[in-house]
Design a protein around this ligand. Structure first.
Ligand code: FES
Length: 278
């Protein structure tokens, strides 16, 4: 038995903005009846503001609640703000969804994205949540029609790390299971790319260390009449000179290790070692 928040129950029992807008400016669809749930969202847009939104959902209580709260979240908002809404925002607005039901929030996000893509006045399609997407989007899970980009987005927005989590959020992998290896490959590729992007070049590392020492560590030490200057960087070894009250202080070793080194380890690289030079 799943544990639903009061908000989920309220939006399921009293869904807001149910129905269709006949002369809608944008209509978006996500999911499919064959896969068990589908959402169609209708938007009325005036001067870049969503003035009305309605939905028709075929699905479970979480799908109804996600659709209902989504319409409340977007009415009165600018398109710029609406574009920033993620499935996590929808789930958060509902005070959370059971992990197995997170795909309902993803369906809301996808229907909204589809509506924006279909909006005639939308002229900035390149900017639409696609920074990391390949131009071709191939279907990974044929049972549920889930594409590579949909899985990539779910990982990026929600920090998903396992195939089981992907199934909870997108349904992919939840039927025949033939796509599970492909899902695992996407997870591996995502985190490999993320770790490559987060690795600093030597020049970037030097700049960052210098910046942290000048704008963070030095300012803290100055509060107690001390100071610090960067002397040299050799690999992971950072040579510094303590100044003012810190110089010659009997606790200087503690300051170096517990404050200076810890700060640099946390903000730049866990392998950094700080050495005091005279
Ligand atoms: S292809 Fe994904 S569950 Fe069947």
């Amino acid at each position: 038995m799943w544990d639903y928040s009061d908000k989920v129950i309220d939006h399921y029992r009293n869904p807001r903005n149910v129905g269709k807008i006949d002369n809608a400016d944008a209509v978006g669809t996500a999911g499919s009846l064959a896969c068990g749930d589908q959402l169609k969202i209708y938007l009325k847009i005036n001067n870049g503001i969503v003035t009305d939104a309605k939905f028709q959902t075929f699905g479970c209580g979480s799908a109804v609640a996600s659709s209902s709260i989504l319409t409340e979240m977007i009415i009165g908002k600018s398109i710029e703000d609406v574009k920033k809404i993620t499935n996590k925002d929808i789930a958060d607005q509902l005070d959370g969804l059971p992990p197995e039901k997170m795909h309902c929030s993803v369906m809301g996000y996808e229907a909204l994205e589809d509506a924006l893509k279909n909006w005639d006045d939308y002229t900035d399609l390149d900017d639409l949540r696609n920074e990391n997407k390949e131009s071709s989007d191939k279907i990974v899970c044929t049972c549920f029609g889930v594409t590579e980009n949909m899985i990539w987005d779910a990982i990026k927005t929600n920090g998903l790390k396992t195939v089981e989590e992907i199934t909870n959020y997108t349904k992919a992998g939840g039927a025949c299971g033939r796509c599970k290896n492909a899902i695992q490959d996407i997870i591996d590729t995502y985190y490999k790319k993320e770790s490559e992007e987060s690795t600093l070049s030597p020049a970037q590392k030097i700049l960052k260390i210098n910046n942290i020492i000048e704008n963070q560590i030095s300012l803290e030490l100055k509060k107690d009449g001390g100071d610090i200057t960067l002397v040299d960087i050799q690999g992971d070894k950072v040579m510094v000179k303590l100044r003012g009250k810190c110089s010659g202080c009997k606790n200087s070793h503690l300051t170096l290790k517990a404050f200076v080194e810890t700060t640099l380890k946390e903000t730049v690289d866990p392998n950094i070692e700080v050495v005091e030079v005279q």
